[in-house]
Design a protein around this ligand. Structure first.
Ligand code: SER
Length: 317
């Protein structure tokens, strides 16, 4: 049975990986940590929780020893748009947090999951069928930290035999915990605004294609890669995974099949548009499918149906 520590456990991805890991491995075997404790109270009160800064290696080490942790999910990071507002803070958290975790993992023999992103690619990367191994010259500071993170994880594996594993996530769409500060956040906001106001003003152009994934498939992927037979993993850090690719116009059309009065307009944010334009339209994910059986279930149609149902339920509409 695994003994897991999730750092950044109250965020969009962390809160749902935490729920699923506690269901699969038992609540006491899944320790949560975050820099804040003012959100997701039920998750905090349900089992072990520590207030900590991801850069505080000493405190992470204490928690790892106290709970005999063997696997760390390191999810604390600034996302792309937020990172552009304060590039030094983005570097500080995204890289110094990662180094702190990798050092603990090296000393205590923990496996580590580290998310990379479509943001690890840039304008010179092939935009369609983006290969697993290709040009990575991102132009955002977020992307710079993601490529650095991928390389650091590879280094810790080769140099110290740390069992690092990772995924390049597309935009993640979910209804439990909102994302914050990302370029792909529009794809979540659109559902809430469609239900509340039948209208959404989008900050990206209507024809901007990006890879996206629905949360249940993202959680399944993060758990599956950590369960995978290491002998099969050739790529280890930063597998492309692509569940679906769409643009705001197409998403709006699918929403209209449930909410016919829904309308969309555009007020382009140049910073986020430039970031989105530098990312792939859709990635090729053959390596993830062959090396650890990645197999997403949701399409834009089935995700839209589920999101609308879940948000209506949550908002009592
Ligand atoms: N969802 C992230 C962002 O938009 C990409 O990894 O920043």
């Amino acid at each position: 049975m695994k003994r897991i520590l999730i750092i950044g456990a109250l965020g969009q991805l962390g809160s749902e990986i935490a729920l699923e890991c506690r269901r699969r491995y038992g609540t006491d075997n899944v320790v949560l940590a975050d820099i804040r404790s003012d959100v997701n109270r039920p998750l905090i009160e349900d089992g072990p929780f520590y207030l900590l800064d991801a850069r505080d290696g000493k405190r992470i080490d204490e928690v790892v020893r106290t709970h005999r942790i063997d696997t760390i999910y390191h999810l604390a990071a600034l996302l792309s748009a937020r990172a552009e507002q304060d590039p030094m803070e983005a570097w500080n958290l995204n890289i110094n947090g990662l180094i702190a975790v990798l050092e603990v993992a090296r000393q205590r023999s923990c496996a580590v999951f580290v998310p990379s992103s479509i943001g690890a690619f840039g304008p010179t990367t092939p935009k369609k069928f983006t290969p697993q191994d290709t040009i990575q010259r991102p132009t955002s500071i977020y992307g710079v930290t993601k490529v650095t993170g991928e390389l650091l994880c590879d280094y810790y594996h080769h140099r110290w035999d740390v069992d690092t594993r990772g995924i390049r996530f597309p935009g993640i769409i979910s209804s439990l915990t909102p994302p914050g500060g990302g370029t792909t956040d529009y794809a979540v906001e659109i559902y809430y605004e469609a239900i509340r106001n039948q209208h959404y003003t989008c900050f990206l152009r209507g024809d901007t294609y990006l890879d996206m994934i629905y949360m249940p498939d993202a959680v399944e992927a993060a758990i599956k890669i950590m369960e995978a037979d290491p002998a099969r993993l050739r790529h280890r850090n930063a597998f492309n995974i692509a569940a679906m690719s769409f643009c705001p116009e197409e998403q709006a059309a699918y929403i209209r099949t449930h909410i016919p009065t829904f309308t969309i307009s555009y007020a382009i944010d140049p910073v986020r548009q430039a970031i989105a334009d530098s990312w792939p339209d859709y990635m090729e994910d053959y390596a993830a499918r062959v090396e650890w059986d990645f197999k997403p279930r949701y399409t834009l149609a089935s995700m839209t149906e589920d999101m609308i149902e879940k948000i209506r339920e949550r908002e009592g509409l």
